[in-house]
Write a protein that binds this ligand. Structure first.
Ligand code: F6P
Length: 321
């Protein structure tokens, strides 16, 4: 049966570029004569029937803004039978026969269970600053978050050098060290601590002391949030080295702001690909970029733990220090 009416939602943590993805879904779908509705606050919108029609004008002037005009939320209720049942009732009530969900692996996990149980044609669009969707090299928002964290690190370097201090900078990424590795390399940072690689803080301190003896006056240690807390690590470094250390948490600043051209263009291409998947009957997949191409990965694969290659980047960071 041909799809006539779709709903789009954004779920989980927002990522810069989600608005560009909504714009692309709405405009590409309407250009194929599909009706489009937007569910508000992710899965909550389907559960509570907070849903509104979207047309080409509803998505004007959002291509350059961070966040999501559909709002987003974490939704524990969608993990319950009752939550899913209510969401399916809303879809039936509005005669929605296709669903596009924009989010990360948590969103795809929920979509995988729901769409299989209620036989809802569903396609995902990979959007997460963490870039931790398995089978996908690049998600919407990761590039913007990296550039935001890099801006912070560049500023920190000015004061670190001027005041001859050590800085420990904590970046986001949940269980992934992807953002940390990327910014540590691009920011010329001396050390990076990520969950994927075992780090020994005593060894890090030893290097700092040795460097200090050689006249190296400032250090930036990047820590991925999944590997430790900047405040604790800074305290430990001061205890061991007796050198003045400051902690900075870049935090949610990384989640907002104008999406970079890379994040926007991924979003626009993913939106088109997701609608094409629905039109072609390719359901239960997440659209992303892999090997430089737009791909659609089964939800079952996308929600597995993603292994990122860390060693070569880590070694390069160390060699260039
Ligand atoms: O998944 C995106 C992310 O920003 C993670 O990097 C971080 O761990 C988490 O969301 C923070 O979630 P919240 O904003 O709900 O505290």
């Amino acid at each position: 049966m041909a799809i006539k009416k779709i709903a789009v939602l954004t779920a989980g943590g927002d990522a810069p570029g989600m608005n560009a993805a909504i714009r692309s879904v709405v405009r590409y779908a309407t250009s194929h004569k599909l009706e489009v509705m937007g569910a508000l606050r992710g899965w909550w919108g389907l559960i509570n029937e907070e849903i509104k029609p979207l047309d080409r004008r509803s998505v004007s002037n959002i291509i350059n803004s961070g966040g999501t005009i559909l709002k987003t939320a974490r939704c524990p209720e969608f993990h319950t039978e009752e939550g899913q049942r209510r969401a399916s009732v809303t879809l039936k009530k509005y005669s929605i026969d296709g669903l596009v969900v924009i989010g990360g692996n948590g969103t795809f996990e929920a979509a995988h269970i729901f769409s299989n149980k209620y036989k809802v044609p569903c396609v995902g669009i990979a959007a997460s600053i963490d870039n931790d969707v398995n089978g996908i090299d690049d998600t919407i928002g990761a590039d913007t978050a990296i550039n935001t964290a890099l801006y912070a690190i560049d500023n920190i370097r000015d004061t670190a050098t001027s005041m001859e201090r050590i800085f420990v900078v904590e970046v986001m990424g949940r269980e992934s060290g992807y953002i940390a590795l990327q910014v540590a390399l691009a920011g010329g940072c001396e050390e990076v601590i990520i969950p994927e690689l075992k780090s020994n803080l005593e060894d890090v301190c030893h290097e700092i002391v040795e460097g200090n003896l050689r006249g190296k006056i400032s250090w930036i240690v990047v820590v991925a949030e999944g590997a430790g807390k900047a405040v604790d690590i800074a305290k430990k470094i001061t205890e061991i080295t007796s050198l003045e250390t400051r902690a900075v948490i870049v935090g949610h600043i990384q989640r907002g702001g104008r999406p970079t051209a890379f994040s926007r263009n991924l979003a626009l291409r993913f939106g088109q690909a997701a609608v094409d998947c629905l039109l072609k009957g390719e359901f239960y997949k997440a659209v992303g970029l892999a090997g430089g191409k737009i791909v659609a990965v089964d939800f079952a694969t996308a929600i597995k733990k993603k292994e990122i290659k860390t060693e070569s980047l880590y070694n390069l960071i160390k060699v260039l220090t």
